[in-house]
Design a protein around this ligand. Structure first.
Ligand code: OFO
Length: 163
């Protein structure tokens, strides 16, 4: 079973994952309409992965005898200043999610909930990977000159190969 504190913070984390899915969806749509089709596919896939992260927590709450709350869907950012800006924001979002996960684990420890802590360790590894991928995308903006003739095309191709 879950303590009230752990149940609340898990519902909050479920909402954060659901929001992350919608944020990636908006980014994918922006990339799609600006001609970055390969990277758009990559972020559509990320949006689906975040939806799975959400569902995994949602079901865990129920499995542990808690009440899983369907999160509300807020407005997300739809427009971006540039191709690069999408990944600057993606990295900031991933760092914020990592910090939120760390808070869930701190709560588990404070309440001696080792089952939930164990469950959350999967997310720790996942975040490490996703932060790395977002950083790699930004590195590619340093390596490939976006102003070269086919710079945007190359960036679109190379970034889509990261994940
Ligand atoms: Fe849910 O993995 Fe990133 O945010």
């Amino acid at each position: 079973s879950l303590t009230e504190g752990v149940e609340n913070i898990l519902n909050l984390q479920a909402k954060i994952e659901s929001d992350a899915s919608n944020k990636y969806l908006a980014m994918a749509a922006w990339l799609d309409r600006n001609g970055f089709d390969n990277t758009a596919s990559y972020l559509y896939k990320q949006a689906e992965e975040e939806r799975e992260h959400f569902l995994k927590i949602f079901k865990f709450i129920t499995d542990m005898g808690g009440i899983a709350i369907t999160p509300s869907v807020p407005e997300v950012q739809q427009e971006f200043a540039s191709f690069r800006d999408v990944f600057e924001i993606a990295l900031q979002n991933e760092i914020a999610v990592t910090q939120a996960i760390n808070k869930v684990i701190a709560k588990c420890r404070a309440e001696n909930d080792y089952a939930t802590e164990d469950f959350m360790m999967w997310y720790v590894a996942e975040q490490r990977e996703e932060e790395k991928n977002a950083r790699r995308a930004l590195e590619l903006f340093e390596l490939i000159n976006v102003n070269e003739a086919d710079g945007k095309f190359q960036l679109d191709l190379q970034i889509s190969k990261i994940g």
